[in-house]
Design a protein around this ligand. Structure first.
Ligand code: 6GU
Length: 278
């Protein structure tokens, strides 16, 4: 997969593309990445990229000229003028504008983007971008959450990170399978948050790892983990448990946890007592 990111501050992005798993994926030929400085497509002698908003208002907007030329160079195709036939669905290069006024990004969108051969991502700066550029080139407007960032670069990195790791071969299938939300991009209706995890030492200062995890009893471990997942999901993201398609096991655990109330200690409970009903 090839990802091209257009930005007025590509240096903010470079470190990410040149380090860790991304660099490895590039080395292995699974990914290729290009950073484009929009200012390189400004043609006046001051390399101007922004101007005031028509109709008044605070701040500056990115000019249509430099950004359009950068998009053309990146291979984004303009949508045809009104009245002309639209290209086949999927024929236009996926061109994503990251903006707080976009569609809310989620794992299903990450999975969809990861199936594209190429992705172009545009980072906004200042108060935003001239709407005509969005109308002509952008296929998707995406926000990463209900808060405001000062620019699109960090949001673009969030998007890139969520997407490229789903490209086959980039990380192990096992890690993908286990993690929170893995299922929400696929067929399952609901996903649970991940259970707590521990590593050595088993006793750190006065804090002991839940005994079940060092017991070697695989079935008990699986049950404990599911229970903790349900407990955590109930505490932090109860709306995920309202979805259809919860297994009967999860529904049973949920009932038990709700009946228990908040007065149990997950690290000291008897793992065997939770689910066998005896
Ligand atoms: Cl994509 N950009 C900016 N500037 N702020 C955001 C955002 C994007 N998503 C949430 N907040």
């Amino acid at each position: 997969m090839k990802i091209t990111v257009l930005s007025l501050f590509p240096e903010i992005l470079r470190g990410f593309f040149e380090s860790s798993i991304m660099a490895k994926a590039v080395e292995r030929g699974l990914m290729s990445c290009e950073l484009v400085n929009i200012r390189d497509y400004a043609i006046d002698k001051h390399r101007k990229c922004d101007d005031e908003v028509f109709g008044g208002g605070a701040g500056m907007l990115m000019l249509p000229g430099p950004l359009s030329r950068a998009l053309e160079a990146a291979g984004s195709s303009p949508c045809p003028p009104a009245g002309e036939a639209s290209p086949e669905p999927g024929a236009r290069k996926r061109t994503v504008f990251v903006t707080p006024s976009g569609r809310l990004f989620n794992q299903a969108m990450a999975a969809e983007f990861s199936r594209e051969a190429e992705l172009v991502i545009v980072c906004g700066r200042y108060e935003g971008v001239d709407q005509r550029v969005i109308d002509r080139y952008v296929t998707d407007e995406v926000s990463i959450g209900d808060y405001v960032l000062s620019s699109g670069e960090i949001a673009a990195l969030v998007l890139v990170d969520a997407v490229y790791r789903l490209v086959p071969g980039v990380i192990s299938g096992e890690s993908l399978l286990e993690e929170s939300f893995a299922a929400s991009g696929g067929a399952r209706a609901a996903a649970l948050l991940e259970y707590p995890q521990y590593t050595r030492p088993a006793l750190y200062d006065t804090l002991r790892v839940p005994e079940v995890l060092t017991s070697g009893h695989h079935a008990n471990i699986v049950r404990w983990r599911l229970r903790e997942s349900v407990r955590k999901t109930l505490a932090y993201r109860p709306e995920l448990l309202a979805a259809e398609g919860l297994s009967s096991e999860v529904r049973k655990l949920l009932r038990e946890i709700i009946t228990e109330g908040g007065n149990d200690e997950p690290n000291t409970e008897d793992p065997g007592a939770a689910n066998d009903g005896r």
